[in-house]
Ligand binder design. Structure first.
Ligand SMILES: C[S@@+](CC[C@H](N)C(=O)[O-])C[C@H]1O[C@@H](n2cnc3c(N)ncnc32)[C@H](O)[C@@H]1O
Length: 276
């Protein structure tokens, strides 16, 4: 079995299952690729290079610290992780402590995210009948650290609120991939679903010189906010129930892709390829 080295962690709302759909819609003639809500970086890491300038951004300092450590201190990270196999006691211990150095903080965060259910870092990933990360291969995690370390070689890592980030990097040949918190859902450590300002994002994107592609939950409020832009409705398997049995309807999640440049033609030309 080949290991998917194009990601490091599972992240809530991560676009692993939409990578094939989104990739062809991203312009190839951009000068800078800017990932505004980086999360697990599934789209950034999907290709070896998108543009000469590539920037990962997220407001969550734990993610930013993790990717900076993977970029600058991969061996120290691997050394600390080496013997930390899935163990309930260790998980509980890590829940109680923060870590002192940035490397320790990265180890703790990576351990909790990897060994929990759904990448939430909250409950040990093991029940009587299923395993959500508790017994994941440690070898694969170390292997992925090496791959992502290489991928991050020329990637800048920022820790800004989206508005400041977009304003800082905007120009005519810039491309922003935006995957904000959904308008409904559980939210994130840095912003609860209620607190995230979707109108502010809409206003910021409405003023840019560059191009953007947005992925959202397909909700009437979002369709209304972006009325006039090209939109494509897509479905993906719900991350938690991600095995499709006979209950297809309840296991699919409706998303929408929105852009300020033409995407519909490219999408419909590639619908066969989009079957995941
Ligand atoms: C849907 S997730 C991104 C998932 C990512 N595209 C992936 O594939 O893994 C949304 C991210 O937005 C971040 N976020 C929330 N509020 C933010 C803000 N005001 N500015 C920048 N990032 C923010 C969260 O920390 C979270 O990682």
């Amino acid at each position: 079995m080949t290991i998917d080295t194009k990601y490091l962690i599972n992240w809530v709302g991560g676009k692993r299952l939409l990578r094939k759909t989104i990739e062809p819609l991203i312009p190839k003639d951009m000068v800078s690729y800017l990932e505004v809500f980086g999360g697990g970086g599934y789209i950034l890491f999907y290709k070896d290079k998108w543009a000469d300038l590539e920037v990962y951004n997220d407001l969550d300092g734990r993610l930013v610290n993790l990717f900076r450590i993977v970029k600058f201190h991969p061996n120290a990270l691997k050394e600390e992780l080496n013997y930390l196999l899935g163990s309930r006691e260790m998980f509980v211990q890590f829940m109680k402590t923060e870590g002192i150095t940035d490397i320790q903080k990265a180890v703790r965060f990576l351990y909790l995210i990897t060994r929990s259910f759904g990448g939430r870092g909250e409950t040990f990933g093991c029940t009587k009948k299923s395993c959500g990360g508790a017994s994941k291969s440690q070898g694969n995690i170390l292997f992925r650290i090496d791959a992502i370390h290489k991928r991050l070689d020329k990637v800048l890592i920022e820790n800004k609120d989206f508005e400041a980030f977009i304003k800082q990097y905007d120009h005519e040949d810039a491309f922003f991939y935006c995957d904000p918190p959904y308008s409904c859902g559980a939210g994130y450590a840095v912003t609860s679903t209620k607190a995230f300002d979707h109108e502010r994002l809409r206003a910021t994107l409405g003023e840019i010189k560059g191009r953007f592609l947005l992925s959202y939950d397909d909700a009437p409020k979002i369709r209304e906010l972006y009325n006039g832009y090209e939109m494509i409705a897509v479905e993906r398997l719900n991350g938690i129930n991600n095995k499709l049995g006979d209950d297809r309807k309840n296991k699919m999640f409706k998303e929408i892709l929105i852009a300020n440049y033409p995407i519909m033609e490219k999408f419909y030309a590639g619908t066969d390829r989009n079957k995941d």
